[in-house]
Design a protein around this ligand. Structure first.
Ligand code: KG4
Ligand code: ZN
Length: 309
């Protein structure tokens, strides 16, 4: 009914990345006003709320604590139950917002700033990791490559835009390939670094666009190669590709081609791929314990939470 984001890009961009302390303080300052705006936008009041869902991890400890503190405060003052949600589950549940008839079992590729995970979801609230990265996550690799290319912060979307004007075949980079369902992006990152070093001062804007296109192609083809393998090994009717990196133009195009007619592919719209509150509401709605069986308070914040709970 309402899905609002207060972007912190301006707050962090001079630092070239997220400053945890500033992020947490800004959450505290912005959340109450955002809540007011959300209620106004949705045309509802506090007594229309049945359940409060809040991210309990993974993420930055300070930000998680602010969110959980606000949620528990609201829960106490409104006498409404509150449930702690796994951020990673949220990315998968974003797909169910855009496709209400989507049901597990499904195969998910979750690609964000900190994760590149292939997961099998047999039923609501159950996830099994079948593939992951050995080093950098896909989003992290895009952000670092963008920085090397002088694109600033946030890097992923800027690299995507630049890649649209480049030609990958003019600056080929290796496609990472590990056995099984494992990813690795650190070698590719080093390959880009060396190529830029070799080009030195003579690097042109077109070279940079070609390198952006090539880097993007290597990451995307590697992500989809493992998705293809997972789908071959365990045919599944529903495939979800989600997380911030699923906003990438080439990944969206190529995922549709790679999955083809083997399964139905759901990629949330761009604003539900990158972090948002609606996906946390959806995850809370589908996976919280039945009403009446209140969760033990207080909610346990876990900055390094995995997929299991
Ligand atoms: O899921 P998300 O919003 O936050 C995390 O949970 O990490 O993902 C953020 C990541 C960042 O690394 C960002 O650069 C990347 O997603 N990203 C993109 C694009 N949009 C966001 N990467 C490539 N192309 C994009 N269009
Ligand atoms: Zn995320």
């Amino acid at each position: 009914m309402a899905n609002l984001i207060h972007s912190q890009v301006d707050l962090h961009k001079d630092f070239g990345g997220v400053v945890p302390e500033l992020a947490a303080r800004d959450h505290l300052e912005r959340l109450p006003h955002l809540l007011d705006l959300a209620f106004k936008g949705a045309g509802v009041a506090a007594n229309d709320v049945d359940l409060i869902a809040v991210t309990r991890g993974p993420g930055l400890a300070g930000c998680l604590l602010v969110g959980v503190g606000v949620a528990e405060g609201l829960s106490a003052s409104w006498s409404v139950p509150v449930t702690g949600v796994n951020h990673l589950w949220g990315h998968i549940y974003a797909a169910m917002l855009s496709r209400p008839d989507l049901e597990p079992p499904l195969l998910g590729l979750v690609v964000s700033g900190a994760h590149s995970d292939l997961v099998s979801m047999p039923e609501h609230g159950r996830f099994e990791v079948i593939g992951r990265t050995r080093d950098d996550a896909a989003g992290e690799a895009f952000d670092k490559a963008a920085r090397m290319l002088g694109l600033g912060y946030p890097g992923g979307p800027a690299l995507d835009r630049l890649a649209r004007t480049g030609d990958a075949s003019r600056q080929p980079l290796p496609k990472p390939s590990l056995p099984g369902l494992e990813y690795s992006f650190s070698g590719l990152k080093t390959a880009l670094l060396y190529r830029l070093r070799d080009l030195g001062e003579s690097v042109t804007p077109q070279d940079k666009a070609d390198l952006a296109a090539s880097f993007e192609r290597s990451v995307v083809e590697s992500l989809l190669e493992k998705l293809h393998l997972a789908l071959e090994a365990t045919p599944t009717a529903e495939v979800v590709v989600c997380g911030g990196v699923a906003a990438n133009t080439l990944l969206r195009e190529r995922a549709a081609e790679v999955v083809g007619s083997r399964a139905r592919l759901t990629m949330p719209p761009l604003d539900l791929c990158t972090d948002n509150a609606a996906m946390i509401a959806a995850a809370g709605y589908f996976s919280s314990p039945p009403r009446g069986e209140a969760e033990p308070a207080p909610i346990e914040v876990n900055p390094s939470l995995g997929w299991d709970s």
